[in-house]
Design a protein around this ligand. Structure first.
Ligand code: ZN
Length: 593
């Protein structure tokens, strides 16, 4: 039992230890072996682990009349949530920026790190990394430079830990609960409680505050840290948000972490901010065995309007379509692509603007899809243009969105088709976490150069021709941060926007427009991450964020490419405002505010 607790603790924290003592395998991650005894099972919980969507709360329960009863109820609901999600393996992404102090701009990124994996919500909460082949694994990643004597090791497991307050012992035996007040989070009236571990509760216990909605008494937000920390180690602080995406349950969705103090006289060993996003709860378990034993009968579709045989060229196009469909389906199943939706309508509007003004008439229609991840990347698979959530977020206006889409459209127009090898279905049989090792859509440098040249031609003929100054400004802003944001610029499926710290994409436009000037409040060259696209963590649907414009009052408000805290507007399942009608003109698309 002791060992088991320690394993969790080790996986949780940012451990700081003398470099000389640290070996790369000294940080065990949570092991599934020793945990069987620790699962509190609440008799009143619905037996929902086997259903596709967890069953809702029994609504017949009497409303609590005292705060003590409320505490009992939300402890019970927390265990119910753990049970309901135990069979889930969502995607978990952590993007972290280390910070240094800039006298003018405040804390700015000095370097960054990226983790992507699948999280097993079973008894131990474990992670499987999508990037291990490229990045040597999350557990062994060492980062230095904060302090001469120390190496700092981020445990990605730690960032996803605060999906629950305490996976094993969230009860009155281990914790004190103090009611604080009522408070609204978005549309949700909450009861706020401070939670402190009892003296005898042991190390690594939750210390902080929880917000509990006042209908079913689910925890909707947790804010705090873990304590006490073992010697030479400390836990970082987290703000963890849940969304009511299925009836009766609030599902962990966003975790913000931040450390560091930049006030005068403080000596920092560590300063960072990090966003963790969780999605893909409704994905099938992505292990290889499942897929190889699964008998797949693809729907036979016969779209031929005629009785003629396919000509060689038609056969080639069919073949490419098959490869494209295979890849798009596989990426969706791996939790990397959003299903077609709201955001695609905006992307397609921009693509159409480029096509119409350039008289582009392709034998197969161009489609778009949103890559759910943060790194800035675009690629095309056959006639499908894929653009990452992170890239849509940081683009300041529609012209810059058009510019990154135009590069991919140029590849399509120039016939730079990739990936017809994926028309063979055996090539789609791999585990989700090896997606990046099995799929790739990088072009040779000659095709990149040709696509850039063509893209500029397309843009100059388009409605965006007069707004290319903004594109130039965006490219300058990207260039200015490119060495600090290496992880954000590291692509995993397509070509990178630059190489060796130098931005090469659409180079011809990079000198366009005014000089980059951080001190000008009205010059917004790039936006923070997270401001455009929001993902439904249950079904992976992407939609545009609807935010009211907030005035920038100091240069520190601009935060280009930066990580910010989460503040989702909470609402109950089924009551969220439905997305408004799809925009019919480009003027409704992201145009900066
Ligand atoms: Zn390209």
């Amino acid at each position: 039992m002791r060992t088991w607790k320690w394993m969790f603790t080790a996986a949780l924290l940012v451990s700081v230890s003398a470099a000389a003592q640290q070996s790369s395998d000294s940080q065990p991650v949570a092991q599934p072996a020793a945990t069987a005894a620790a699962q509190p099972v609440q008799p009143s919980q619905p037996a929902s682990a086997t259903t596709a969507v967890p069953a809702p709360t029994p609504s017949a329960l009497p409303q609590p009349t005292t705060m003590d009863q409320v505490v009992d109820r939300f402890i019970d609901r927390e265990h119910g949530l753990m049970k309901a999600l135990a069979t889930r393996t969502p995607v978990v992404e952590t993007y972290l920026q280390n910070l240094s102090a800039d006298p003018q701009l405040g804390p700015v990124p000095s370097e960054d790190h990226y983790f992507l994996g699948r999280m097993d919500m079973g008894e131990t909460v474990d992670r499987k990394d999508y990037l291990k082949d490229q990045d040597k694994g999350m557990e062994t990643r060492l980062m230095g430079g904060f302090h001469k004597l120390f190496k700092v090791q981020y445990q990605p497991m730690g960032f996803s830990w605060m999906v629950y307050a305490d996976r094993s012992d969230f009860d009155r035996e281990h914790y004190e609960f103090h009611y604080i007040r009522r408070e609204f989070l978005g549309d949700i009236r909450c009861l706020v409680f401070d939670v402190t571990p009892k003296k005898t509760a042991g190390r690594g216990r939750f210390l902080g505050r929880v917000w509990v909605e006042d209908q079913d008494y689910n925890i909707v937000r947790l804010n705090g840290t873990y304590a006490p920390a073992p010697r030479n180690s400390y836990f970082f602080h987290m703000d963890s948000w849940r969304l009511n995406l299925i009836p009766g349950y609030w599902v962990p969705a966003y975790i913000y972490s931040e450390e560091g103090d930049f006030s005068a006289g403080v000596k920092n060993k560590l300063a960072f901010k990090a966003q963790t996003r969780i999605w893909g709860y409704d994905l099938k378990k992505g292990d290889k065995d499942d897929e190889l034993t699964q008998i797949r009968v693809d729907a036979v579709k016969d779209e031929s309007a005629t009785t003629q045989d396919a000509s060689p060229l038609q056969a080639e196009r069919e073949w490419q379509q098959q490869a494209e469909d295979n890849v798009i389906e596989r990426l969706t199943r791996a939790g990397l692509l959003a299903p077609e939706g709201d955001v695609d309508r905006i992307l397609m509007t921009v693509v159409n603007n480029l096509e119409v003004t350039n008289n582009i008439d392709l034998p197969r229609p161009v489609r778009t899809r949103v890559l759910l991840t943060a790194p800035l990347e675009t690629f095309s698979v056959g006639n499908t243009i894929v653009i990452s959530r992170g890239l849509i977020d940081v683009l300041p206006d529609e012209a810059s969105l058009a510019s990154v889409l135009s590069h991919e459209l140029a590849h399509i127009v120039l016939g730079h088709n990739l990936g017809s090898k994926y028309a063979f279905n055996d090539r789609m049989l791999f585990s989700d976490d090896s997606t990046y090792a099995n799929l790739g859509f990088k072009h040779i440098p000659e095709e990149e150069t040709a696509a850039d040249k063509k893209a500029v031609d397309l843009l100059k003929n388009s409605p965006y021709a007069q707004k290319l100054d903004n594109v130039g400004l965006f490219l300058k802003a990207l260039q200015a941060r490119s060495t600090q944001l290496n992880a954000l610029l590291t692509t995993h499926l397509g070509n990178s926007l630059g190489e060796n710290g130098s931005i090469t994409r659409l180079n011809a436009l990079s000198t366009q427009g005014p000089a980059l000037d951080n001190t000008k409040l009205d010059q917004v060259a790039a936006l923070p991450l997270g401001g455009r696209v929001k993902i439904n963590p249950w079904d992976d649907k992407a939609e545009m964020v609807k935010t009211a414009p907030v005035a920038i009052t100091s240069v520190r408000d601009k935060m280009p490419f930066e990580v910010t805290p989460f503040f989702p507007r909470l609402s109950r399942y089924g009551t969220a405002v439905a997305p408004t009608a799809a925009p019919t003109t480009a003027s409704n698309s992201p145009s900066g505010n």
